[in-house]
Design a protein around this ligand. Structure first.
Ligand code: BG6
Length: 458
């Protein structure tokens, strides 16, 4: 069967500044943490060892073109642009981002730009990071500077990439700096991130720029083990905590009342100011980026909560391992392509069918060298992964969902937070020694799909 996509469908991939650029003025929390605890990073490889986009941006953009991308998302590094987060703008950074944005546009590749992709300037973290409202203001200033510098040539902006991840990693589950475990502080970080988002949206609207502004959320559809009301309730709470804590404010302009009531009953609400509600209402977006990697399966708890243990989302549910689930064993994530369709239908039916696109989807695989045939990685598993997800996305579009494109994570194998280069996600293989880039089979498949705006699958 042929799966054809609407005209002007966005075909591309996503990356981020810290994971690709390398060589940077302006310390981030990642540089700081790596210098102190390199053992927390896979094979002791830190954020200095990237795919060198800062040097090779021009040839990399040629490769994007070879993959027939019509769009590409990356981020601006706040710490590169404003090394101390709040002071002087670094002219080298301005030149660099001007060149990248201009080159993308000249090559017919629409730049999608994220303002914050997990990379907090260390100077901002030192004053409390997202726990401090001064950092919210510093971020709003940084956003405004970006709009002023690049807003005439960037028409698709994203305030944050996966804002729940620094909350989870930094304040609940210990996989990002500052390695705090404290729900109320996590809730404060999440709340202030929403305020920062809303302030950036406000600044964008005030500047009357020609483009649109949105956010990128990692949505994990929450499936209950069964229809037993206790399991359904568990899934509902997981959905409130991990999806709707950001989805509702950015699409509806307010928090779900039952999330607020739940946190209030456990005395976990962040401190709010009366004017915050108006600001959040002004943060409604034009375009939603959806990162989809895995579903979340839950069941009601099997055991009682230890009241002495830190308050956690897991007080309300247990993870459920569905028998027969398909896994990506390298990352430990379930592969469940219909999740993409369920997300789109939920947005269509419950959120007014917003303009959206798949901003990340992907499969990290270890030791891909074993699949080399005639000098090229034959990653058939990735082609299957993509085509399966695209068939569900196609079904969503055919049922009226407003999904405008599909971006893969990622373009070239890149450095990944704590996993460094363990799992490779790219359309293009990176040789870490030589920095040589070689297109994988999946890159060729994607290039053909983008060119034809369609693909064939049985
Ligand atoms: C997304 C992020 O969560 O998933 C990326 O936006 C990240 O930055 C990607 O690299 C893959 O996850 P990981 O942890 O395997 O790198």
């Amino acid at each position: 069967m042929k799966y054809a996509f609407p005209d002007n469908f966005w075909w591309g991939s996503a990356s981020s500044a810290l994971q690709t650029e390398g060589a940077r003025e302006g310390e981030t929390t990642w540089d700081y943490w790596f210098a102190r605890e390199p053992n927390r990073f896979h094979n002791g490889v830190g954020p200095q060892q990237t795919s060198t986009f800062y040097q090779h941006w021009k040839t990399d953009i040629q490769l994007l073109k070879q993959l027939n991308h019509n769009s590409f998302r990356t981020s601006i590094s706040w710490a590169r642009l404003i090394p101390d987060g709040i002071g002087e703008v670094n002219p080298d950074a301005v030149d660099f981002y001007h060149q990248v944005i201009d080159e993308l546009n000249e090559q017919g590749i629409t730049p999608f730009i994220t303002l914050f992709h997990f990379d907090m300037p260390m100077a901002m973290q030192e004053i409390g990071g997202w726990e401090n409202r001064d950092v919210v203001d510093a971020y709003a200033r940084y956003a405004q500077i970006c709009f002023e510098l690049f807003g005439d040539r960037v028409l698709h902006w994203f305030t944050f990439n996966e804002p729940i991840v620094p909350v989870e990693g930094g304040y609940l589950y210990d996989f990002h700096y500052p390695n705090v475990v404290d729900f109320r502080r996590a809730a404060t970080v999440a709340y202030h991130t929403v305020l920062a988002h809303a302030k950036a949206v406000q600044a964008y609207r005030a500047g009357h720029y020609a483009g649109e502004i949105g956010i990128v959320l990692n949505l994990t559809p929450s499936y209950p083990r069964s229809q037993n009301p206790t399991d359904v309730k568990a899934a509902h709470v997981a959905d409130l905590m991990f999806n709707r804590s950001f989805l509702d404010p950015v699409l509806r302009g307010e928090y779900p009342a039952d999330l607020v009531a739940l946190l209030k009953s456990y005395d976990q609400l962040p401190s709010c100011k009366p004017e915050d509600g108006f600001l959040i209402a002004e943060g409604k977006i034009d375009l939603l980026g959806i990162n989809f990697y895995q579903p979340r399966r839950v069941k009601c708890r099997d055991s009682a909560v230890n009241p002495q243990a830190p308050f956690m989302p897991e007080w309300f549910f247990d993870s459920y391992e569905m028998p027969g689930r398909k896994m990506n064993p390298y990352r430990g994530w379930e592969i469940y392509a219909p999740g993409i369709y369920d997300i789109l239908i939920n947005l269509r039916d419950n959120y007014g069918n917003p303009r959206c696109f798949i901003s990340e989807n992907g499969m990290g695989v270890e030791n891909e060298q074993r699949f080399i045939e005639n000098g090229q990685i034959n990653d058939q598993y990735r082609i299957e992964f993509i085509s399966e997800h695209l068939t569900w996305l196609h079904k969503g579009i055919s049922e009226g969902c407003n999904c405008l494109g599909y971006h893969m994570w990622t373009f070239i194998d890149n450095w990944s937070w704590c996993n460094a280069y363990k799992n490779r996600y790219g359309f293009i293989q990176l040789d870490l020694e030589t920095q040589q880039r070689t297109i994988k089979k999946s890159g060729e498949w994607f290039a053909a799909t983008a060119l034809n705006n369609s693909f064939e699958k049985e």
